[in-house]
Design a protein around this ligand. Structure first.
Ligand SMILES: C[S@@+](CC[C@H](N)C(=O)[O-])C[C@H]1O[C@@H](n2cnc3c(N)ncnc32)[C@H](O)[C@@H]1O
Length: 266
């Protein structure tokens, strides 16, 4: 199944109102990303790529109260939700595909949390972000990488090997190489695992759906699972990954990258 951009937009738009209710992992990831920032002097002009409902944006406003912050998202429904936040007037919100987004001034920090895996191809994205950053500026982001939802993928491989997702999440080494090919210096990268628990397997699958994650190129092959197959998948997930009191577990593998655009004069 080819990567279809309007499909990503439609799914996140549909999920906009339910997104935050299920975004525990994304909240933790945004906290961790901000805790890893090494930015001295602090940035004066920041771009948040794929801001969604503003989970990372809220932390940027707190951390850099004097900076000018622009937040871009392809989904107008996501931006509508973000604009309901108390800090909304401190941010310039833009509805746009980031690949089409341009601005008269460059940014000294481009950042993003839990989004980069959705914006493909990465070669085009990183070249575009490189052009949006001022010389000496930074790119600091988190993204989901291979190993995310490994329990679910392994179960699908066992049960429905003919219906595997069309696209895999990226490997860290491939992301690093693509960043370097776009011109960035990768100052460091690290992976950290986030574990999540859900009330039961059905709640887990619902939460993926309400986050806008299901149905895209990262979870579907060209052939959808039918209702019977889905019911079996949920039941098997419960059996294999069930914990006490009916809860189930799922794990996420998060890649963090700190990159710079060299200043030609240094
Ligand atoms: C998983 S959410 C992450 C949102 C937020 N950064 C967070 O940490 O919760 C991914 C967001 O990326 C947006 N997105 C996907 N592709 C995009 C693109 N090409 N340009 C801009 N935004 C995009 C989606 O609409 C969605 O709001």
């Amino acid at each position: 199944m080819p990567f279809v951009k309007h499909d990503v937009k439609a799914r996140f738009s549909k999920a906009a109102r339910s997104y935050e209710k299920h975004a525990d992992v994304q909240q933790r990831v945004a906290d961790r990303l901000v805790s890893l920032f090494q930015l001295d002097p602090p940035p004066t002009r920041i771009l948040d790529v794929g801001c969604g409902t503003g989970i990372l944006t809220s932390r940027l406003v707190d951390r850099f109260p004097d900076a000018e912050i622009v937040a871009v998202d392809i989904s107008d429904e996501m931006i509508d939700q973000a604009q309901l936040r108390s800090f909304a007037d401190k941010v310039e919100w833009v509805v746009s595909d980031v690949l089409k987004f341009d601005d008269r001034q460059r940014f000294d920090l481009v950042t993003s949390s839990s989004t980069i895996q959705w914006v493909l191809p990465h070669s085009e994205l990183f070249e575009h972000l490189y052009n949006l950053i001022s010389p000496g500026g930074r790119l600091f982001f988190s993204m989901m990488v291979t190993g995310t939802l490994t329990e679910l993928h392994s179960l699908r491989r066992t049960l429905f090997p003919e219906k595997l997702p069309a696209t895999e999440l990226s490997e860290m080494s491939v992301v690093k190489r693509t960043l370097e090919q776009a011109g960035f210096s990768v100052l460091w990268r690290k992976t950290m695992r986030e574990d999540a628990r859900y009330e039961d397997a059905l709640a887990f699958f619902r939460s993926l759906h309400e986050l806008g994650i299901t149905g895209g190129h990262l979870s579907n092959s060209g052939v959808l699972l039918n209702r019977r197959e889905l019911t079996r998948l949920i039941a098997e997930y419960q059996k294999r990954y069930g914990l006490d009191k009916g809860e189930v577990r799922a794990s996420y593998q998060i890649g963090y990258f700190h990159c710079s655009k060299q200043n030609p004069s240094s």
